[in-house]
Design a protein around this ligand. Structure first.
Ligand SMILES: Nc1ncnc2c1ncn2[C@@H]1O[C@H](COP(=O)(O)OP(=O)(O)OP(=O)(O)O)[C@@H](O)[C@H]1O
Ligand code: SF4
Ligand SMILES: [Mg+2]
Length: 322
């Protein structure tokens, strides 16, 4: 069931990728709803399918990616039934995305002002108006003073400033959904906090939804309203962040919460969860977390645990009782 308040509804999404080692089942039948105006976190370790899910929403499929099933509804429209032209119109104007490394999306040969104005004119904004809007957008995202910053090239800016520019480009056409894929992972802690603060302010000011993809449950706890916890291509727990943070039900969620880096430094995350996620080339018969779970028993290997709800705003997939 989808609700009128849902901007995006993902149902039973299954995505596979052809790799040198064979077919990787990267996303294995997930359901996820992003409501209007919410910041929805998608959290999980490396390789669990977060980016493939995000790219599916944008329908940014590389040649080796195969959609094997499911639906993504955007304001009730089935995204997979749209033509490439319709999807192109949607990208940027309704849904846009920012990545961990802003340099991958910026052209080193052009000034940031030129690139921002070009994004606007490509969406039909007149040249004169684009120049004024670029200045305003840079101001909105804290790139100051915007007039002189406009003439800088990407290599002249810090990582934090570049991420602000990327955010300015992503919100330039007032999208309803901003997908932020690990937008602060490469930044130091202070700058990371500033970018998270900026995203929260933009959501508040523009009533935009944000899908925040991260390894770090600390970021989820700080800025997200709801969360979907991903493991091995599936969603193991989802719902209200405060509820889940206070009372995580899936052992993986508890382990992620225990792994929040206390010092806030980069690169140390998840060192405390023993073992590694399963190889997504293989079929997973029982609970995917069983090899790492301290509560695993025979029943866990029999079949994937079905999701169960413990409240309207909290569900999880584990055989352990409530
Ligand atoms: N282009 C690709 N070719 C082959 N396999 C891929 C490709 N992109 C992703 N995969 C595989 O698909 C699975 C999901 O990858 P995905 O990038 O979605 O993970 P992620 O959760 O975003 O990880 P990270 O936190 O490291 O960004 C992984 O097993 C990965 O190895
Ligand atoms: S189903 Fe079993 S193995 Fe999986 S998380 Fe729950 S207790 Fe652990
Ligand atoms: Mg990723």
């Amino acid at each position: 069931m989808t609700s009128a308040n849902d901007l995006i509804s993902i149902r039973n999404l299954q995505v596979s990728l052809m790799s040198a080692r064979g077919l990787v089942h990267a996303v294995r039948g997930i359901d996820l709803d992003v409501q209007r105006g919410e910041i929805h976190g998608v959290v999980g370790e490396s390789g669990c399918g977060k980016t493939v899910t995000a790219k599916s929403i944008m329908r940014l499929y590389d040649e080796n990616i195969m959609l094997s099933g499911g639906h993504i509804f955007f304001e009730g429209y089935d995204m997979f039934s749209l033509s490439e032209r319709e999807i192109q119109a949607l990208r940027g104007s309704e849904v846009s995305m920012i990545f961990q490394d802003p340099m991958t999306a910026l052209n080193p040969l052009y000034t940031i002002g030129y690139q921002l104005e070009e994004t606007l004119t490509n969406k039909g904004v007149k040249k004169m108006e684009a120049a004024a809007r670029a200045v305003k957008l840079l101001e909105d995202v804290g790139v100051n003073p915007p007039e002189s910053r406009k003439s800088q090239y990407p290599f002249e800016m810090s990582g934090g400033m570049l991420q602000r520019v990327m955010i300015a480009m992503a919100i330039s056409c007032n999208p309803k959904l901003l997908i932020a894929d690990e937008p602060t992972t490469s930044l130091d802690v202070t700058v990371q906090a500033q970018i998270l603060d900026l995203l929260t302010r933009l959501r508040d000011g523009r009533y935009m939804s944000i899908l925040m993809i991260t390894h770090n449950f600390g970021i989820v706890a700080e800025i997200c309203d709801r969360v979907s916890v991903m493991y091995a291509g599936g969603i193991v727990e989802s719902g209200d962040v405060r509820e889940i943070f206070r009372d995580p039900r899936h052992p993986y969620t508890s382990d992620l919460i225990k792994s929040i880096p206390r010092s806030g430094t980069r690169g140390t995350l998840l060192a405390t969860i023993p073992g590694t996620p399963p190889d997504l080339l293989r079929e997973i018969n029982g609970c995917a977390y069983a090899p790492r779970c301290r509560y695993a028993s025979g029943v866990c290997a029999e079949a994937p645990p079905p999701p169960r709800s413990i409240s309207e705003s909290h569900s999880y997939a584990c055989v352990r009782g409530t």
